[in-house]
Write a protein that binds this ligand. Structure first.
Ligand SMILES: [Zn+2]
Length: 287
């Protein structure tokens, strides 16, 4: 009997059938590892090393493995985590990759494809990134890929995809996949939405552009399907206790409750639970 995961059902009918509270894997979303950034996008090398030391005691699997590990009811194993990084900042090469290699942790980096195009692209989509911030160059990407780091698309030009019409959106996403597949000489089935922003038009464009799965950053109630697989953002100040909570089976379902925006408002007004309640929104706006 061929086993079919709910994330791999044929056609649209199951796109919204997969309810998040059945899922126990937590896919984490980092951006970069850097010293001296005053930005919600960068954790320090020391914090990242602490995180990896803790994560290495859990089961960290590749994104492909995480997606594929479903049981007949579509649920994912407890205590499993997958690591992703958005935007492909150059700091990953110097500060994240060696630590991942040291602890033997697989990870996926979502690249803004235009940054690897012949014309290139400056980092102008992240206002809090220091001036002159660079992204990974092709040599660095290929070097990391050779040691097991996988790469996905973060769109071609980091537009807010919900602002594009269906054709523009599919064109951007297709161009990103084709350029990355050409450069990486590998299939690129995964997409992470810029700023986590998506809607039905974007889902169809992602499927039409040839992506198999797409990842979001939910900020409230959101259906889960193969084109809206939620991730938990990790931000500066998130110590291991917060990482433990964000990798727990409670975190993402909790974020999907109406309680979350209320908590964040309280956090903003009182400063209580700042590291938990507030930042993801800024981070989402930011990345
Ligand atoms: Zn981004």
């Amino acid at each position: 009997m061929t086993f079919r995961s709910p994330l791999n059902p044929p056609g649209d009918r199951c796109r919204n059938a997969f309810l998040w509270h059945d899922c126990r894997v937590t896919i984490l979303c980092y951006h970069t590892v850097e010293r001296g950034w005053r930005s919600p996008l960068a954790v320090t090398p020391e914090t990242f090393e602490e995180h990896c030391a803790w994560l290495a005691r859990r089961r960290v699997v590749s994104l492909d493995e995480a997606i594929g590990q479903t049981d007949r009811w579509g649920r994912l194993p407890r205590g499993v985590t997958a690591l992703t990084f958005d935007d492909g900042f150059a700091g990953l090469y110097e500060h994240a990759w060696p630590v991942l290699a040291h602890f033997g942790l697989p990870a996926t980096v979502f690249l803004v494809a235009e940054t690897l195009s012949p014309e290139g692209r400056a980092v102008d989509w992240a206002p809090t990134a220091p001036p002159g911030t660079r992204t990974l160059d092709l040599d660095q990407v290929l070097e990391m890929q050779a040691t097991g780091i996988s790469f996905g698309s973060h769109s071609y030009a980091h537009h807010d995809l919900i602002t594009l019409d269906a054709d523009e959106c599919e064109r951007d996403l297709r161009a990103s996949r084709e350029l990355l597949e050409d450069l990486l000489k590998r299939r690129v089935p995964h997409l992470a939405y810029p700023r986590g922003l998506h809607n039905d038009t974007v889902h169809r464009a992602a499927e039409g552009a040839g992506f198999s799965y797409a990842f979001s950053l939910p900020e409230g109630p959101e259906e889960v399907s193969r084109y809206t697989i939620p991730r938990a953002v990790i931000i500066p100040g998130n110590g291991v206790p917060t990482l433990r909570f964000k990798t727990s089976r409670f975190y993402l379902p909790f974020r999907r409750t109406p309680l979350w925006p209320a908590l964040r408002t309280v956090a903003r007004k009182t400063g209580f639970g700042l590291r938990l309640g507030q930042t993801d929104m800024e981070t989402t706006q930011e990345n």
